[in-house]
Design a protein. Structure first.
Length: 213
């Protein structure tokens, strides 16, 4: 297939959903990650959209983090939504995080109004976008966000392809934060690295950015 998105919608994506089952200790690790993100912002956004949510690990962790940060006097309310092109993953997401509004949209065509979501993010998704299509994906994320953008991805100073599941044309490392900053006026709120040995997350570099307009 020439379009990697077709692979993620089909059997290849089904197999990914099967491999990446929900594990409680990983949800706990992701909850800690999201707690640190919200603390960096001193704020929990009113609405969040994850692009390419898979089986729902991040959505489960965000729900847990919001619960931990809430209290009886001032409960935190946040509208959570997610896009996921693979049908099997969407079914799993519906079971794992039933409080999330789920859409079959792709990163190239997010059917949300411009500036309609406070916080838009990806985690391990931009790495699967072909370099010649990355600009379109980044533009859609920027368009939909009203204020915040986060991406957590594999880092390399220059774009470089590596094999994924012994196949070519499916994974690229890059300076994704730089891609956003080169294209748009954004303020970097924070950035960091999730060292798998300590965090149990997947050696991801993350960038938290705010629109300045």
């Amino acid at each position: 297939m020439n379009n990697p998105l077709d692979k993620w919608k089909g059997q290849f994506g089904d197999e990914y959903a099967e491999r990446n089952k929900i594990e409680p200790e990983l949800i706990e690790a992701r909850t800690n990650f999201w707690m640190s993100i919200f603390q960096s912002m001193n704020y929990v956004p009113n609405s969040m959209l994850e692009i390419g949510a898979g089986n729902g690990q991040n959505m489960m962790a965000i729900g847990a983090a919001i619960t931990l940060l809430s209290n009886e006097r001032s409960p935190i309310k946040c509208f959570l939504s997610a896009t996921e092109p693979n049908q099997e993953a969407r079914a799993n997401l519906l079971i794992n995080a039933p409080y999330v509004n789920i859409y079959p949209d792709s990163i190239y065509d997010i059917k949300q109004a411009s500036g309609s979501i406070d916080f838009v993010f990806t985690s391990g998704v931009l790495i699967h976008i072909p370099p010649d299509q990355l600009d379109k994906a980044v533009s859609e994320m920027y368009r939909v966000s009203s204020k915040y953008i986060l991406c957590a991805e594999y880092f390399s100073p220059q774009c470089e392809e590596i094999k994924y599941q012994e196949q070519e044309g499916l994974l690229w490392r890059s300076d994704f934060g730089g891609v956003f900053l080169d294209k748009y006026k954004l303020r970097v709120i924070n950035y960091g690295f999730c060292w798998k040995r300590i965090t149990k997350l997947d050696n991801l570099t993350w960038w938290l950015m705010e629109k300045t307009h």
